[in-house]
Design a protein. Structure first.
Length: 106
């Protein structure tokens, strides 16, 4: 049995995204999101604790820029990201996303 480390409720979604670390910009999809972080589906390699800038394409078509650190990594699948230094506007945008985005069924 795995231990749940998340402290925020998450929502299963599927949104277009791009992320950038020290190396370069990568295309991705965000698989689930919470106020604490998200899971980013990507084939690109990344290191634990690496700083990441993530842009999520919202259902409205606008892009939401979030900053964070890599909390977990699954080679060939993607990484879990914990958000850092969220502004009030970013928290509000995440709350709206979690309320309005269509839940993806597994």
């Amino acid at each position: 049995m795995s231990i749940e480390r998340r402290s925020s409720k998450r929502k299963t979604i599927l949104l277009e995204a791009t992320w950038q670390s020290v190396s370069r910009r990568h295309e991705a999809r965000v698989d689930d999101v919470s106020l604490g972080g998200c899971f980013v589906n990507t084939y690109a390699q990344i290191e634990l604790q690496e700083d990441v800038n993530l842009e999520i394409k919202l259902p409205s078509g606008k892009w939401l820029l979030l900053r964070g650190k890599v909390a977990s990594y699954q080679p060939g699948v993607g990484f879990g990201m914990s958000f850092t230094s969220l502004s009030e506007n970013e928290v509000t945008a995440l709350k709206e996303l979690m309320l309005s985005a269509k839940e993806r069924t597994l």
